[in-house]
Design a protein around this ligand. Structure first.
Ligand code: ZN
Length: 381
């Protein structure tokens, strides 16, 4: 890694990957060049309830900052990561020690058809909005990070921006003409939320680190070929470091994208890719990340859209439990992929797999709130 590349990564990081969560074949991805450079803006600490800047007064990207300096023990403050139980989807709020708040993904679209979601999506969304109302406590969301353009990740974004103050929206710049993406961007414009697209070659301009929090986009050097047909493999990842603690979000990145990702070293806490699907969390990727803790955001068995996906997969749960290394303390219903999800006989392929005490699954555990004081340890609250 060159010095310039390292410095660039310090200030902003993206990651890409993930593939479509729709059980139906996704339409070809409409690719377009990244044109967001002129819209990029710094992600600066905002004290509280900062006014949303007018879209017409977007500042130029700020100079990249140095990595977070080593801090004395106890000087790191607390970082809290809240994985919300949004069923089959992802939404996680990170409260940084410097006071900033980062929301990674927004769960599914409450209006998703009952045929696709079996009536569950509206409930998942309303629960998320109530949780955000409580946990934000009137503070703004400084950064809304959309890992990729699938409904179960961006579906709640428009509503989130309409209801809460959001300083900056980051997405992967893909499929700008897709209805949900267009709607998300329209709401951002109407609310004066800055919009930045991040991807290969354009990962260093959107985020600003502070002495206590370093944000890095984790993206491959180029999109994998699979990105053109599967939005999951265009996920943009986000790594946040606070002293000796770190968290990595990978969205729904699958193996073809994982293979091209440099996580910038080991990670303390991992958001398990693609809801625990066996398309992701390859042994090679897991070895590079070497997490101490992990969270799978997945829906309950047979609930809503998860009736068509059967997340998480037994092989991934077992791989993670072996990697995390703590004595198994519980089990979780996980799907053995030797069976067909949604097919006759599916029932017999749901297995209670043993889980490490350092592995949480929202389908079983509900909201998972983890805190660290920068010492490489996360404790559940
Ligand atoms: Zn997903």
């Amino acid at each position: 890694m060159t010095g310039a590349r390292f410095v660039a990564l310090v200030a902003a990081t993206l990651l890409v990957s993930c593939r479509a969560d729709s059980p139906r074949k996704a339409p070809p991805v409409a690719r377009h060049p990244h044109t967001a450079a002129s819209r990029e803006a710094p992600f600066a600490p905002s004290p509280a309830a900062s006014p949303i800047p007018a879209a017409s007064s977007i500042p130029a990207p700020s100079p990249l900052t140095a990595p977070a300096a080593p801090a004395a023990p106890g000087a790191c403050g607390a970082m809290t990561v809240r994985f919300y139980d949004v069923g089959q989807g992802l939404a996680a709020l990170v409260e940084l020690a410097d006071g900033r708040r980062v929301l990674v993904d927004t769960g599914d679209d409450p209006a998703r058809s009952s045929q696709q979601c079996h009536g569950a999506c509206a409930g998942w969304h309303s629960r998320l909005m109530a949780d955000l109302e409580r946990d934000l406590g009137g503070h703004p969301i400084d950064l809304l990070w959309i890992t990729h353009q699938h409904s179960d990740h961006l579906g709640g974004a428009a509503d989130v921006m309409a209801r809460f103050s959001v300083g900056q929206l980051v997405d992967n710049g893909q499929e700008p003409g897709k209805r949900e993406v267009r709607h998300m961007h329209d709401v951002a414009a109407s609310r004066g939320t800055r919009v930045t697209s991040i991807g290969p070659g354009n990962e260093a301009a959107a985020l600003t680190s502070s002495p206590s929090a370093r944000l890095t986009a984790i993206v491959p050097e180029r999109w994998p070929h699979a990105c053109a047909r599967d939005a999951n493999d265009c996920s943009i990842g986000l790594r946040i470091d606070q002293c000796a603690s770190s968290v990595l979000f990978v969205g729904d990145a699958q193996r073809s994208e994982e293979d091209g990702l440099d996580p910038r070293g080991h990670v303390t806490l991992l958001q398990v890719g693609h809801h625990g699907s066996d398309t992701s969390t390859s042994p090679a990727f897991l070895a590079r990340v070497a997490p101490k803790y992990a969270v799978i955001s997945a829906g309950k068995r047979g609930e809503g859209t998860n009736a068509g996906y059967c997340h998480p997969r037994r092989s991934v749960v077992e791989r993670l439990t072996a990697e995390l290394g703590d004595a198994p303390t519980g089990t979780v219903a996980s799907f053995d992929a030797t069976g067909g999800c949604g097919k006759e006989g599916e029932e017999s392929h749901w297995i209670d797999a043993r889980t490490s005490a350092r592995l949480w699954i929202t389908a079983r555990d509900g909201d998972v709130v983890l805190s660290s004081v920068g010492d490489g340890v996360f404790l559940r609250r």
